[in-house]
Write a protein that binds this ligand. Structure first.
Ligand SMILES: Nc1ncnc2c1ncn2[C@@H]1O[C@H](COP(=O)(O)OP(=O)(O)OP(=O)(O)O)[C@@H](O)[C@H]1O
Ligand SMILES: O=C(O)C1=C[C@@H](O)[C@@H](O)[C@H](O)C1
Ligand SMILES: [Mg+2]
Length: 173
């Protein structure tokens, strides 16, 4: 099986994805990390040097290569992955997609210290500006995230809860 995790930056895709991969005995991949490995530079450097359009093209390419190569995996996608280049259609067609829904105040708490290092959240003057940016980003992305057949919401989004969700979904499919 292929299990894809989607959601906002800081939603917990990498943390939960790794734990789910261990529980399901599947290999774990993180799309941002794959891009960094292939590019030989950080996501921030790619954004700064080449711009977002280039990053989104590479993101879509690396995603397609990975999906083709790995019939079994848990994949933590990037926060924007489902919203570009028909990536969401690819995810929906080739595996099971889980949306990690996390309330905005919790995202702000998790991200305020690392915001400066994130290309789309950098150079914001204060926490209120970070909250406003996250709010507008989520508003634009919600219609993509909501197409995932599976959804779990913080704070109850544990490995056990997702395993239960998967079993229920597979039994009804
Ligand atoms: N269930 C959780 N409860 C509280 N904090 C969490 C939870 N899951 C993750 N975190 C914390 O939130 C932060 C973001 O988690 P993580 O890196 O897994 O998210 P992500 O969706 O992969 O984000 P990114 O945009 O960086 O790829 C980390 O500091 C992590 O320790
Ligand atoms: O939310 C986003 O658009 C992004 C999230 C990160 O995972 C990276 O993929 C990149 O910083 C863009
Ligand atoms: Mg991550």
């Amino acid at each position: 099986m292929r299990l894809y995790l989607i959601g906002m930056p800081g939603a917990g895709k990498t943390t939960l994805g790794r734990a789910l991969a261990t529980a399901l005995e599947l290999p774990f991949f993180d799309l941002d990390e794959e891009i960094v490995r292939q590019e030989g530079r950080s996501v921030a450097e790619v954004f700064q040097t080449e711009g977002e359009v280039y990053f989104r093209c590479r993101e879509a390419e690396v995603l397609r290569e990975l999906v083709e190569r790995q019939p079994r995996l848990v994949l933590a996608t990037g926060g924007g992955t489902p919203c570009f280049h028909h990536n969401l259609e690819l995810l929906l067609e080739t595996g099971l997609t889980l949306y990690l829904a996390v309330p905005l105040p919790e995202l702000v708490r998790r991200l305020h210290e690392s915001a400066a290092a994130r290309p789309l959240l950098a150079q914001l003057s204060d926490v209120a500006a970070l909250e406003a940016r996250l709010h507008e980003t989520l508003a634009a992305r919600q219609r993509f995230y909501d197409r995932a057949p599976l959804r779990c919401a913080a704070p109850t989004c544990t490995v056990e809860a997702v395993l239960h969700l998967l079993a229920t979904y597979q039994a009804s499919a």
